[in-house]
Design a protein around this ligand. Structure first.
Ligand code: FMN
Length: 167
């Protein structure tokens, strides 16, 4: 898949088939996240793979998008390590780049994925459920699976609304 095609054809996928996602695919998605740029190359991202029925059930109970998590064979909780951080804004920007790389990697592998942010309302409970220390701050959960459909529509503003100036 060409990079620009991947960027333009990626959609948030919230319905999945029951086909499992292989460990190799999960590792490839994490690897893509790890290859995001970060300030000082500090790589503040940390990952937790959630795939057992029990853990998925628990995670699903912590967001109003629980149906998406339950329907996905695997989810990856993505954390920033506060001990690895050096600048709030820049480290959070790095985390966004990491998450976007993961979504694009899932798409390139023929999988579907969605970035779940609403679950941050229960960030502490997610951390406790997974059994991680307080130094890890949840950034998002990505639900991943084989897409049950491929007709998702999305749109963007016209460039004239966002391109402020060419000077
Ligand atoms: C920071 C962030 C938080 C998001 N949170 C959620 C969420 O909690 N639930 C959800 O279904 N989608 C969530 N999304 C996905 C957006 O709804 C989606 O990216 C947007 O509507 C554009 O659709 P597209 O990704 O298909 O182009 C989130 C995306 C981002 C970047």
């Amino acid at each position: 898949m060409k990079l620009l095609d991947g960027i333009y054809t990626r959609r948030s996928v919230r319905q999945f088939t029951e086909e499992p996602v292989s460990d190799e695919q999960v590792k490839e998605i994490i690897k893509a996240g790890m290859w995001a740029p970060s300030g000082l190359n500090n790589q503040p991202w940390r990952f937790a793979v959630v795939k057992s029925d029990e853990a998925r059930e628990g995670l699903a109970g912590l967001t109003k998008y629980g149906k998406v998590i339950k329907g996905a064979p695997v989810s990856i909780a993505v954390f920033v390590d506060r001990e690895a951080m050096y600048n709030d804004v820049k480290d959070h920007q790095s985390m966004g780049a990491c998450l976007q790389n993961m979504l694009l990697a899932a798409h390139a592998l023929g999988l579907g994925a969605v970035w779940l942010g609403e679950i941050l309302n229960n960030a502490e409970k997610v951390r406790e459920l997974i059994g991680l220390p307080e130094t890890l701050e949840l950034m998002a959960v990505i639900a991943i699976g084989h897409p049950a459909r491929s007709d998702q529509k999305s749109s963007r503003k016209d460039m004239s609304e966002v391109l402020l100036k060419e000077i």
